[in-house]
Design a binder for this molecule. Structure first.
Ligand SMILES: *Cc1c(COP(=O)(O)O)cnc(C)c1O
Length: 411
């Protein structure tokens, strides 16, 4: 696609800003590392060898392209309870079929190739629920690189199966006992490790957040989702979709789907944040709907914070959505009005989860169950001859214990 002068796809600027968001708010010790990374990333992007390596692994290791699938029975289930003639035709972008069961591997493959290009011999990452930790440990094992994963001590206690997966893959899982002992603290600790081990270490950030160039780089690696979906829907329907829907934690699967369509004015976009117990409570993870701009993890973006500017703990039934911030590009797309963001509660997500299981024979991750519930809320605004693409970002095997507990069943 050509780059238009006024394109919404031209962000960020050279200093990493998406409008008033993003940037590089870090200690001066980190600046040379980030500038180095930026140069290496830009060189890699121009290099056909890098593109070939990436493409090869995406095809044969990750299993791309992921299918674009007509979710016929979910479409019918929505139409059954909507006014006559409404309810769009729904397609799923099947990221849950990727190796390791979610979209996170797309980004990890890109960053590990970059790490090797830069001559780095050690990989570090942060993880909350453990999904990004597992994807990082996977690529580190694939390339024989030692790997350290920082994880909050509380999350370690809650996510034992993923902790064990990382260990099986050869990673060292380091418990973080500062702060609330969750994702935010794990990311702080990973940044600290990086500063002291710059020479040999590469930090693989798991979502489209962090200091520049991470939000841009992660978005670019995840944009394979949107580029494939664009070609697939043109092949299937001969036209672009009317609506794109994705769940938003840090925002990487959503920006990956949205970005290649940003300049197509006829395509509406809906990002679904986790509203937890409800936006009127303190227990949610909706940074845009319930937060204010501030600075965390090296960038300016919407954050959940109290009156003193202290970062609040996020809550969601979905561990992958409970980050108190959001990628800076989403903050900008929210402020300029290009993407609409809405919240879905734990209870609504659970209903979306069950509906997907029973109508499509697909157990979705709780993260994308939020997107299903969000689509259900707006489906009545679309005619039956309109098309919606929903990013099925991951599979739900990891969530069955959480779901069982929420449904009052003991396994
Ligand atoms: C981690 C995760 C998310 C949330 O992260 P984003 O960066 O917002 O995409 C969503 N879905 C699944 C399946 C995940 O594992």
């Amino acid at each position: 696609m050509t780059s238009l002068p006024n394109s919404l796809r031209n962000q960020p600027d050279l200093s990493g800003h998406f409008g008033a968001f993003g940037g590089r708010y870090v200690a001066e010790t980190l600046m040379p590392i980030l500038l180095d990374l930026d140069r290496a990333y830009r060189a890699a992007r121009q290099d056909p060898t890098f593109a070939r390596q990436l493409d090869e692994l995406m095809t044969h290791y990750v299993g791309r392209p992921s299918p674009l699938y007509h979710a016929e029975r979910l479409t019918a289930a929505f139409r059954d309870r909507l006014p006559c003639g409404t309810g769009p035709k729904i397609y799923f972008k099947r990221e849950e079929l990727n190796h390791t069961g979610a979209h996170k591997i797309n980004n990890c493959i890109g960053q590990v190739l970059l790490a090797m290009r830069m001559g780095k011999t050690r990989i570090i990452a942060e993880t909350g629920a453990g999904q990004h930790g597992v994807a990082t440990a996977t690529v580190a094992a694939r390339f024989g690189l030692p790997c350290t994963i920082f994880m909050g001590a509380r999350d370690i206690a809650r996510q034992q199966p993923n902790v064990f997966r990382m260990k099986l893959l050869g990673a060292d899982v380091v418990p973080v006992t500062s702060g609330a002992q969750t994702l935010k603290d794990a990311m702080n600790e990973a940044l600290r490790d990086w500063v002291s081990n710059v020479d040999d270490t590469f930090y693989i950030i798991g979502t489209a957040a962090g200091p520049h160039p991470y939000p841009e780089m992660v978005r670019d690696f995840q944009s394979v989702i949107g580029f494939e979906a664009r070609a697939q829907i043109l092949a299937a329907e001969g036209r672009l979709p009317d609506l794109l829907v994705a769940s938003v934690g840090g925002g990487s699967n959503a920006i990956g789907l949205f970005h290649p369509f940003l300049d197509d004015a006829e395509v509406a976009m809906l990002g679904i944040e986790a509203a937890g117990h409800g936006l009127h409570t303190a227990q949610h993870a909706a940074s845009l709907s319930g937060g204010l701009p501030g600075i965390l993890h090296g960038n300016r973006t919407y954050l959940l914070q109290d009156e003193d500017g202290q970062i609040s703990e996020a809550h969601s039934i979905s561990a992958g959505l409970d980050y108190p911030g959001i990628g800076p590009e989403h903050s900008w797309l929210h402020d300029v009005g290009r993407v609409h963001y809405a919240g879905v509660t734990d209870v609504e997500a659970l209903a979306g989860f069950q509906l997907c299981c029973r109508t499509e024979g697909i157990i979705p991750a709780l993260e994308c169950a939020h997107a299903i519930a969000g689509l259900s809320d707006v489906a009545g605004d679309y005619r039956q001859d309109q098309i919606a693409i929903l990013n099925l970002s991951g599979r739900g095997d990891k969530d069955i214990f959480t779901v069982a507990e929420a449904l009052g069943e003991t396994l």
